[in-house]
Write a protein that binds this ligand. Structure first.
Ligand code: MG
Length: 108
């Protein structure tokens, strides 16, 4: 699935089952909530915490939750994420093409 196809799939789902997009502000709050859920899993899995009884390692599920609401926000604000990601890659390449290669901390 391409990013464009993902944006279209989310849009179809919202129109068929979601009635309408939540407001941008609500989706921003939901995005923040989902980032927190991902942080909790990472703290348990890679950090010093352990999973509580009943909790599961659902790293991918939480990443998908974040992607879902980001795709919603892109659709409702008219952002073409394929185009924006391409521009972001180009920006990072121009800005950081030598930065990390010369970072001695990354070689340790
Ligand atoms: Mg979640």
């Amino acid at each position: 699935m391409t990013i464009k196809e993902a944006q279209e799939a989310v849009d179809r789902w919202i129109k068929e089952y979601g009635v309408r997009y939540f407001s941008e502000l609500t989706n921003m709050a939901v995005l923040t909530e989902e980032v927190g859920e991902l942080a909790r899993v990472i703290a348990r899995k890679y950090g010093d915490q352990s999973f509580k009884e009943g909790e599961k390692d659902n790293l991918g599920e939480e990443m998908a939750d974040i992607l879902w609401v980001l795709l919603c926000l892109a659709n409702q604000t008219g952002v073409d994420l394929t185009d924006e990601l391409q521009k972001s890659i180009e920006k990072k390449t121009q800005r950081d093409s030598l930065r990390h290669i010369h970072n001695k901390k990354l070689l340790a």
